[in-house]
Design a protein around this ligand. Structure first.
Ligand SMILES: [Zn+2]
Length: 273
């Protein structure tokens, strides 16, 4: 049997932390090989001093350099053994100018980008691959494209025994949000939409990653140039423990026998001892 290998395909430097940082760290602890594929260089992220694309002080090449170095640090905290960069240009959020650039990841022909990923899948032969659902989790063009190239590459190679999409369980998210509010946390006017997240009944796999929370927080902190996660880092430790301690997934396909509800993405793939 090939060495057990986990591969996650993400759009930008920093996406690896919240939805898959715990499984990376936990499976690395178990000696499983962990491969992160990051599709873009994150040029459309925040620049020095929080400058947004198009504003003074935002230099795409500098932003990419900074974010890729943050990615290395984050990967170190999470025990990711192999970081693979597809090197595409960040497309920016839906509606941003970068959407129109032919070199942006979302505009690169699928045959080309999925062939690059397929070559990595052939090299590492992961039994488990994780990426986003068809909405890219929240609709960012690069996340949707990461989903598309992963589906195409898993189909063309036929390699992963199990394919998963990351998920935020809707009901659990709501309960967590209420608990945090009750504990006195301020969210300004933020109220999650009723259709935010994945309906709980679609979730097949929930992995307990409570032993990795500290490392996830460090990895998130490594991406210091990006303001998005600031509120997660400001949370009190107990709140972080609650929010970071489980990662949920929808199992899309499995070539092996595995329980309908599982707590291990490698269920059905381990040698009996
Ligand atoms: Zn992203």
């Amino acid at each position: 049997m090939d060495q057990l290998t986990l591969m996650a395909v993400h759009a930008h430097p920093d996406d690896e932390v919240m939805s898959t940082g715990g499984i990376f760290a936990r499976y690395a602890d178990e000696g499983i090989r962990t491969v992160l594929v990051t599709c873009t260089n994150g040029e459309q992220g925040d620049g020095a001093g929080g400058a947004k694309p198009g504003e003074d002080g935002h230099d795409a090449a500098d932003v990419a350099r900074q974010r890729l170095s943050e990615l290395r640090e984050s990967a170190g905290h999470l025990g990711i053994t192999h970081v693979e960069l597809l090197g595409y240009q960040d497309s920016g959020m839906d509606g941003w100018d970068a959407n129109h650039d032919a070199a942006s990841f979302a505009n690169v022909p699928l045959e080309e980008s999925s062939a690059k990923l397929a070559a990595l899948i052939e090299r590492y032969r992961p039994q488990v691959i994780v990426t986003y659902d068809e909405n890219g989790g929240y609709g960012h063009p690069d996340h949707i494209q990461a989903h598309r190239i992963t589906v195409a590459a898993t189909e063309s190679t036929g390699i992963p025994a199990k394919l998963y999409y990351t998920a935020i369980p809707r009901q659990r998210m709501k309960e967590m949000f209420e608990a945090l509010k009750a504990a006195g946390m301020e969210f300004d006017d933020f109220e999650p939409d009723a259709d935010f997240g994945t309906p709980d009944e679609l979730i097949t796999s929930v992995v307990d990653v409570s032993g990795t929370v500290e490392r996830k927080v460090k990895a998130l902190r490594a991406h210091a140039s990006q303001g998005d996660s600031a509120f997660l880092l400001k949370m009190p430790e107990e709140a972080q423990q609650m929010v970071f301690s489980h990662e949920a997934f929808v199992r899309v396909s499995s070539a092996v026998e595995a329980p309908g509800h599982e707590d291990d993405l490698f269920a059905g793939l381990r040698r009996p001892y």
